[in-house]
Design a protein around this ligand. Structure first.
Ligand code: ATP
Ligand code: MG
Length: 566
C-alpha cells in the first residue's frame, strides 16, 4: 500500500471525487434533485477513526450540498450487537459535530418489509431454501475462474420453498440447518452473484425485536433495500464493497423505478500505521485485557482518541489532509499526531511539570523566602496572559536535566555549569549529594540575583533553560505516558498473531510527577495542557482533586513536519 499525494485528492473546484459525483447527479436532476445519505454502523463495537472518515463524508457531503444524512444502525445480527454500542456511537458522532436530527433508523425496522420482499422473490422463483451445510455451499462456490455448481435444492417447487421459509422463521429448524438463497447464476464471473445467501436462522433474541424473528437478513440483501426504504440517494461506502455493487443494484431493482434509485459510491478505507482497524481485533484486545477498555487512550477508537487528548478539529483536519480516493493506502500515524500537535499548540495552556523529579537546592537563596514569577500561559495566544508561579530555595527539576560527567554538547546542568531556570534566575551548579546506592539525591547551586527574567539588565545569555517546580507548593500527580499500541508499522500484515507485535512499552505510569500549584488547582477532566519541554497532556476523566491524573497526548517533537522538509 502506498501513501497518496495530498494534491491528488481534490479537483480544481476543491471537491473530492465523491462530492463531484454527488454534485453531477444533483445537476442532472436525478432523484428529483434530492440528496440523502446515511451512516450505517453495525452496533457490534465502538467507532474508530476509520469510521470517522466514513461519517465525515456521509454527513459532510449532505451538509455541503443541502441534503440530509440518516443514522442507521445496521442491527441484523443479534449475536454480536448491543445497546451499549448504540449509545457510544451516537455520542462519538455528536462529539465530532454532526447530528442526524429526527432521522435515526434501525435496519430492524425494515424486517417486515424485507421479509415480505423475500416471500415475493420466492413466489417469483427468484429465491430458494437450501438445506446444505455452509461447508457444502462454500465447496460448490467455484473460483473466480471456474463456475460453481448448482445446489441439489435449487429447483425445488415454489410451494415447498414458501413453506420451509415460513417454518424457518417460526423456529422449527436449527441454526445452520438451512438458508434462503437468491437464485441468480452459479456461473457468474462475479462471485457475489452465485446464489448469495439472503437469510440465515438465528435464535438469539434481538435486543429490539425480541423473538419475533428467527431468520435474519444478510448484509447484501438488507443494505440496499434499507437505503431504498429510507429514500437514500447516495450510499457511500468503502472500496471493499465495489464487487458487491452489482448485487446491491440487483436487489434494489426489485423495488426501484426510474423516478428514484439509490446509488452506491465507494472510497478508500482509512488504514493507519502502528494500529489496527478491525473491530474483531479491537474487541479481542478489550476482552483479553490487553488494553483497558474501548476508550483506552492507545486505541484508535474515537472514545480512545478523545481520552488521549485528541480534539474534534484535529481529527477533522487529519481527515481533510488524507482525503478521499479510489486507491487503498496506508496512512502514516505521524500525520494524525501532527494534526493534534498543530491544534493543541494554538490552544493548550503552558504549565510547569516535572515528571522525574530530583531536588535542586539554591544554597545562597534565603530559606523561607518566596518570590512570585509571572509565567506566560501561551506564547501563541497573548490573550491567555500570565499566571503566577512561586519560586523558592528548594526546587524540583528533571533528573535527566543533570549530568555529572556530561558529553560535549550537553547544555543542561552539570558541575560548575550555568543554566537559566525558566522565567526565573541563572544558576550555577556547585555540588551534589548521593545516597548509599550512588544515586543523586540533591543538587546544589548558587544563583545570580541580577539575572531575574524580565528585570532590567537580566538578559545575560546561557545555553540551557530548564523548567522547574517549587518544592513546598508542588502537587504530586499521576501521569500515564502513552506510546503507539503496536511495535511494527503494519501489524495487520504481520504473519503471526497480531498480539505478538503489541508494543510492550505503550504505557508507562509515573506516579511521582510534580505540578506547579496553579495547574493543580484548576485542572478539570478533558482539559489540554502543554507541559513545558515535555509534550501535550490531557486531564483524564478519572482524575479527582485528591488524585490528579493526566494522559500524555503526544510529545513535542514533530516527526511529520521533519519528514515533509526532507
Ligand atoms: P464489520 O462490518 O467488519 O463489522 P466495519 O468496520 O465495516 O466492520 P461497520 O459498522 O459496518 O463496521 O462500518 C460502518 C461504516 O464505516 C461502513 O460504511 C464502512 O464502510 C465504514 N468504515 C469501516 N471501517 C472503515 C475504515 N477503516 N475507513 C473508512 N471507512 C470505514
Ligand atoms: Mg461493515
Amino acid at each position: 500500500m502506498t501513501q497518496i499525494n495530498e494534491e491528488a485528492v481534490v479537483n480544481e473546484s476543491g471537491l473530492n471525487f465523491v462530492e463531484q459525483e454527488v454534485k453531477d447527479d444533483l445537476a442532472a436532476g436525478k432523484n428529483g434533485g434530492r440528496l440523502s445519505t446515511r451512516f450505517p454502523p453495525e452496533p457490534n463495537g465502538y467507532l474508530h477513526i476509520g469510521h470517522a472518515k466514513a461519517f465525515l463524508m456521509d454527513f459532510g457531503v449532505a451538509e455541503k450540498f443541502g441534503g440530509t444524512c440518516n443514522l442507521r444502525f445496521d442491527d441484523t445480527n443479534p449475536q454480536k450487537e448491543d445497546m451499549e454500542y448504540v449509545n457510544a456511537i451516537m455520542r462519538d458522532i455528536h462529539w465530532l459535530g454532526y447530528d442526524w436530527g429526527d432521522r435515526l433508523y434501525y435496519a430492524s425496522d425494515y424486517f417486515p418489509q424485507l421479509f415480505d420482499l423475500a416471500v415475493r422473490l420466492i413466489k417469483e422463483g427468484k429465491a430458494y431454501v437450501d438445506e446444505q451445510s455452509s461447508e457444502q455451499i462454500a465447496a460448490q462456490k467455484g473460483t473466480p475462474t471456474q463456475p460453481g455448481q448448482n445446489s441439489p435444492y435449487r429447483d425445488r417447487p415454489i410451494e415447498e420453498n414458501l413453506d420451509l421459509f415460513m417454518r424457518m422463521n417460526k423456529g422449527e429448524f436449527d441454526e445452520g440447518s438451512m438458508v434462503l438463497r437468491a437464485k441468480i447464476d452459479m456461473a457468474n464471473s462475479n462471485m457475489h452473484f452465485r446464489d448469495p445467501i439472503m437469510y440465515r436462522i438465528i435464535k438469539t433474541p434481538h435486543w429490539r425485536t425480541g423473538d419475533t424473528w428467527k431468520v435474519y437478513p444478510m448484509y447484501d440483501y438488507a443494505h440496499g433495500q434499507s437505503d431504498y426504504f429510507e429514500g437514500v440517494t447516495h450510499s457511500i461506502c468503502t472500496l471493499e464493497f465495489v464487487p458487491h455493487r452489482p448485487l446491491y443494484e440487483y436487489f434494489v431493482k426489485e423495488l426501484a423505478d426510474s423516478s428514484y434509485c439509490p446509488r452506491q459510491i465507494e472510497f478508500n478505507r482509512l488504514n493507519l500505521t502502528y494500529t489496527v482497524m478491525s473491530k474483531r481485533k479491537l474487541l479481542q484486545l478489550v476482552q483479553e485485557g490487553l488494553v483497558n477498555g474501548w476508550d483506552d487512550p492507545r486505541m484508535p477508537t474515537i472514545c480512545g482518541l478523545r481520552r488521549r487528548g485528541y480534539t474534534p478539529s484535529s481529527i477533522h483536519n487529519f481527515i481533510d489532509r488524507i482525503g478521499y480516493t479510489r486507491y487503498e493506502a496506508l496512512n502514516d500515524i505521524e500525520l494524525l499526531e501532527h494534526s493534534v500537535r498543530d491544534d493543541l499548540n494554538k490552544t493548550a495552556t503552558r504549565v510547569s511539570v516535572v515528571q522525574n523529579p530530583v531536588k535542586l537546592i539554591i544554597t545562597d537563596y534565603p530559606e523561607g523566602k518566596t518570590e512570585i514569577m509571572k509565567m506566560e500561559s501561551n506564547p501563541e495566544d497573548p490573550s491567555a496572559g500570565t499566571h503566577d508561579m512561586p519560586f523558592t530555595r528548594e526546587l524540583w527539576i528533571e533528573r535527566e536535566d543533570f549530568m555529572e560527567n556530561p558529553p560535549k554538547k550537553f547544555f543542561r546542568l552539570s558541575p560548575d555549569k550555568e543554566v537559566r531556570l525558566k522565567g526565573a534566575y541563572i544558576i550555577k551548579c556547585t555540588g551534589i549529594k548521593k545516597n548509599d546506592a550512588g544515586e543523586i539525591e540533591e543538587i546544589y547551586a548558587i544563583y545570580d540575583p541580577d539575572s531575574k527574567s524580565g528585570m532590567p539588565g537580566s538578559d545575560r545569555k546561557v545555553k540551557g533553560t530548564l523548567h522547574w517546580v517549587s518544592v513546598p507548593t508542588a502537587v504530586r500527580a499521576e501521569v500515564r505516558d502513552y506510546d503507539r499500541l503496536f511495535a511494527v508499522p503494519d501489524p495487520s500484515s504481520y504473519d503471526g498473531d497480531f498480539r505478538d507485535v503489541l508494543n510492550p512499552e505503550s504505557l508507562i505510569v509515573r506516579d511521582n510527577v510534580m505540578l506547579e500549584p496553579w495547574l493543580a488547582e484548576r485542572a478539570q477532566p478533558g482539559e489540554h495542557y502543554q507541559f513545558q519541554r515535555l509534550g501535550y497532556y490531557t486531564v483524564d476523566p478519572d482524575s479527582t482533586p485528591e488524585h490528579l491524573v493526566f494522559n500524555k497526548t503526544i510529545g513535542l517533537r514533530d516527526t511529520w513536519a521533519k519528514e515533509m522538509k526532507k
